[in-house]
Design a protein around this ligand. Structure first.
Ligand code: ZN
Length: 380
């Protein structure tokens, strides 16, 4: 406890040194990592010791005077110029977020396929332009852990074809499979995160039945998510209540049985919704004694979604963006956000806070209205 307190004070001290000399990008990065450290330290202290920031400082003040650095509470406010940091990093946690939709990896790109090279190129461009992966669950629950000044992105893969996940002759995850590519990218760019959701259907996801359990375990243990893409890849608008319960419930039960894993997210086959009166069965139902509860459903296209704190965020109808160069595809939107940074979600680096420029206040959902930190974009 004593040590944490002391380190916290040292970090505050370091920030105060840094703060005065921020003139270029390099210092910028230092500040964000220092700020993140501060947040981390605070979180650790809060989690493990159940102490508030103020208590940490108070405790420290009561300890050995030789170890004390005099930092009264109010100095924290003075030293960290949060408004300046938010302005500089365009922080806007009410901005838009892309959910990307992939299917197969093939030799030639098509509507439901891309190539290994193009997929790697997408990851590179996303990384270079400040996008960091989060899981579908984190999006839905507004639990967005990405560094200051970066933008969350969700990667989704439908149909669980073999190209998504297979092993090479040496028994290693193939470096040409989606999972192999994501794993390698993560090894080289740890801050990109390793998050993706694989929407599976039927009883042969990833197309190697003998290896199904092994593959599902690997995904779950390594932070990937598995989502429900129906039992028979049915068009859900052709089904009645019984049919819907089977389409969603049977796949849910199958994966629960195979991997002891409760899927919570649905990808509607072909992006087709059931009729309005039956739509709730996508999210809740019981089939053959197994009850399912889904918290989100993704569509097929074509635009980014609202932030989870935005009044128009709808987890039951999340649009996705296809990869490619055409209008409303990934590269189109990456260009768009370059031209319109004010539309883009930029994180403050702290998942606990919701920081927005004051102009976004009118867009915030009632559920978050009293949990918002506002700042002015321009110096007054
Ligand atoms: Zn599909």
């Amino acid at each position: 406890m004593k040590r944490i307190g002391f380190m916290f004070l040292m970090i505050i001290f370091l920030i105060s040194c840094n703060q005065e000399t921020v003139t270029n990008k390099e210092n910028d990065n230092q500040i964000s990592s220092v700020e993140n450290n501060v947040n981390e330290k605070n979180e650790n202290a809060l989690n493990h010791e159940d102490n508030t920031q103020e208590e940490i400082i108070e405790n420290e003040m009561n300890e050995d005077p030789e170890e004390q650095v005099v930092t009264p509470e109010e100095t924290i406010e003075e030293v960290i110029d949060f408004t300046g940091i938010y302005q500089e990093h365009h922080v806007n946690e009410a901005g838009q977020i892309m959910i990307l939709m992939y299917h197969d990896l093939k030799e030639k790109p098509g509507t439901y396929a891309t190539t290994i090279e193009l997929f790697k190129k997408d990851l590179e461009r996303l990384y270079e332009e400040g996008y960091r992966t989060i899981s579908m669950s984190d999006l839905i629950h507004n639990d967005i852990h990405v560094p200051l000044g970066t933008t969350p992105v969700v990667l989704t893969f439908d149909d669980a074809t073999l190209s998504n996940f297979y092993y090479d002759e040496a028994g290693e995850i193939s470096k040409d499979s989606v999972v192999g590519i994501l794993d390698e990218f993560y090894r080289n760019h740890e801050d990109f995160g390793r998050n993706a959701i694989f929407y599976v259907y039927g009883q042969n996801p990833f197309r190697e039945k003998d290896l199904l359990q092994e593959k599902l375990s690997y995904l779950i243990e390594n932070g990937y998510e598995i989502g429900n893409h129906s039992w028979d890849h049915e068009k859900l608008n052709t089904l009645d209540e019984t049919g819907l319960l089977k389409a969603i419930g049977k796949e849910h039960g199958f994966i629960k049985e195979a991997a002891n894993y409760e899927m919570q997210h649905v990808s509607l086959p072909y992006g087709i919704k059931p009729s309005e009166s039956l739509f709730s069965f996508v999210f809740d139902g019981t089939y053959e004694g197994v009850t399912y509860h889904n918290v989100s459903a993704v569509n097929v296209g074509w635009n980014p979604v609202k932030s989870p704190i935005h009044a128009n965020f709808n987890p039951q109808s999340l649009n996705r963006i296809t990869c490619g160069e055409d209008q409303f595809e990934l590269n189109y939107w990456l260009d768009y956000f370059k031209d319109h940074p004010e539309k883009r979600y930029y994180s403050d680096g702290d998942a606990e806070t919701n920081v927005i420029p004051s102009v976004e206040m009118e867009n915030i959902s009632d559920a978050f209205i009293d949990k918002i930190t506002i700042y002015d974009k321009e110096e007054q």
